[in-house]
Ligand binder design. Structure first.
Ligand code: INI
Length: 166
């Protein structure tokens, strides 16, 4: 069965870090263009910025719990340096966004991860609209598809009970 990629009527929050802005601004553009291409209204897309990727999960959680959005897209760019900082920032960001995705799944709200974690700025550029597509655009596709996938399954208290064998 093909994926449902109709974004008409959905409200989406894009949470994007400002760190590595050269890259992240391309991800934000990719995400908003992707959402609009799927039918999400321009007025139904909000973009919220955070200082860095470490702060992204907190804003993602606030947006997801606000009851204003059907989907939240996390964007950022963490580039591996000579220090272990990379692992802490990238790890906390991925863990935090993942935790919110699971927390909000029962409510049918999609939370998707479009944060680049790369070894070099070249690799990041490749994934921000040059050689390897645009991870922000991909995240937009994933957000709309995931909203529909989540809502194709009844949430807690919505099912009519398990089918019984006759
Ligand atoms: N934030 C990023 O988004 N990307 C990075 O590559 C990065 N590095 O390399 O340090 C980064 N650091 C900032 C961090 O996300 C927080 O904003 C900061 O630690 C304040 O909490």
């Amino acid at each position: 069965m093909s994926a449902t990629l109709n974004g008409a009527g959905l409200r989406v929050c894009v949470v994007a870090a400002r760190f590595n802005e050269l890259i992240v601004k391309e991800l934000v553009t990719g995400a908003t263009e992707g959402l609009e291409r799927l039918g999400v209204g321009r007025e139904d897309i909000d973009v919220v910025r955070t200082p860095g990727a470490f702060e992204v999960p907190a804003l993602v959680r606030r947006a997801a719990l606000s009851e204003r959005y059907d989907a939240v897209i996390a964007l950022g760019c963490v580039i591996r340096g000579a220090t272990p900082h990379f692992d802490y920032v990238a790890g906390e960001c991925a863990k935090g966004v993942g935790a919110v995705a699971l927390e909000l799944a029962p409510k049918g709200i999609a939370v998707v991860f479009g944060v680049l974690t790369t070894d070099s700025i070249e690799q990041a550029l490749e994934r921000a609209g040059t050689k390897a597509g645009n991870k922000g655009f991909d995240a937009a596709m994933a957000a709309v598809e995931t909203v529909h996938a989540l809502r194709s399954i009844p949430g807690p208290g919505q099912a009519s009970g398990p089918r019984r064998k006759r």
